[in-house]
Design a binder for this molecule. Sequence first.
Ligand SMILES: [Cu+2]
Length: 178
Amino acid sequence: MAKTLLIFVILILSAICSSSATNYIVGDSSGWDISTDLDTWLVGKRFNVGDVLVFQYSSFHSVSEVTKENFEGCNTSNVLDSSKNGNTSFPLTKQGDRYFVCGNRLHCLGGMKLHVNVENDIAASPAAAPEAEAGASFPASKSNNPSVVPSFALSNHVGLDSLLLVTLGLLSLAFSLV
Ligand SMILES: [Cu+2]
């Protein structure tokens, strides 16, 4: 029973790691700021449909989504969407390019601008390695019901927090039974 639960937990964890949406804090701890090196922050990052860009900034700044043309010219007078509440989330709902600038044109000209290319990797195959590893670690157990796992793996609507809570709960249950 404990082994079954452990395998279940590992499969859920691998599903979370492979298919969950990611919240990106723009600039990480530096936030959305004129001093943040956004080009460096972008290195190695891939954005997928379902991810969220979170802009955190002081009252000196704002964030506006603009067209490519207005992005290049730092034209902040004609924006698609704008916010200055200090903590703004932009869900990446579809594939393609998104352009963000600070509403202060001088800041934009100083580099406070962000272009991301959103990819559509929702259908990408879930990570196979953790499952193979789980099978190798617990070869004796055949009793887990595999039909339960795909519903987790395919669900992009379940909140990450609730999934983690469920996982942690199962994990503690599993270890208490070992
Ligand atoms: Cu600014």
